[in-house]
Design a protein around this ligand. Structure first.
Ligand SMILES: [Zn+2]
Length: 215
């Protein structure tokens, strides 16, 4: 269970100026605890430090040397800078965009186990859908620019992201989840709620059971 980003290179900033790394850490820790309590005793929480790019290679080495069977990277979403609007939060000029919301799942065709990665991502997406959650559909839109992605599963929101290092260089099947948008003011609050944490952790655990049954 890979915690996206590091304390030094914290990823996105939420609408209320809270770093993404903290959201990733709290959620990944919960998912790890949930998986362990359901019998996936070997689940490991992977926290990496340092600068952004070296940290990507550190996490891949840790996963590959630890002979991970599966790799799930946990992130929280934002929007391209040009979509940001300003508001005042806690007396400071802050940025937000309420235009998009929802989770999304990414897999790479360059991963040596692409088909398995896709299957796992679809299972997680399907479980999230059963929890009543919707996926972020904006990644197919031209306004996403260099963040635009091919939608591989339009039912449950799995996108193709070939070049992503943590998905393409891991030797195991690998999936990246953007659990929700923290630049969206309402969804940021939801991403801090026990209900949403439980929904995501429950969905991942249910998908893991289904994945193991299928295998
Ligand atoms: Zn991120």
């Amino acid at each position: 269970m890979d915690v996206g980003h590091t304390p030094d290179s914290y990823g996105a900033l939420s609408a209320r100026n809270d770093p993404e790394f903290g959201f990733n850490f709290r959620l990944a820790k919960l998912i790890t605890a949930k998986l362990r309590s359901e019998g996936f005793a070997a689940t490991r929480l992977l926290v990496t430090d340092g600068k952004a790019r070296p940290s990507l290679f550190k996490r891949i080495s840790a996963a590959n040397e630890g002979r991970a069977d599966l790799f799930l990277s946990v992130h929280h979403d934002s929007v391209p800078d040009k979509l940001l609007e300003t508001w005042e939060f806690d007396g400071a000029k802050s940025y937000f965009s309420d235009r998009f919301s929802g989770h999304s799942l990414f897999v790479s065709r360059q991963n040596p186990h692409f088909a398995t990665s896709l299957m796992l991502a679809q299972m997680i997406g399907s479980q999230l859908k059963q929890q009543g959650l919707h996926y972020a559909s904006q990644y197919t839109l031209p306004l996403m620019g260099r963040y635009r992605r091919q939608l591989l599963d339009k039912d449950v929101g799995v996108y193709r992201y070939d070049g992503l290092i943590v998905l393409s260089r891991t030797r195991s099947a690998a999936v990246l989840i953007e659990a929700g948008s923290i630049i969206n003011r309402d969804e940021e609050m939801e991403m801090n709620s026990a209900e949403r944490h439980e929904a995501v952790a429950g969905a991942v655990a249910a998908a893991m059971r289904e994945f193991c049954d299928r295998r």
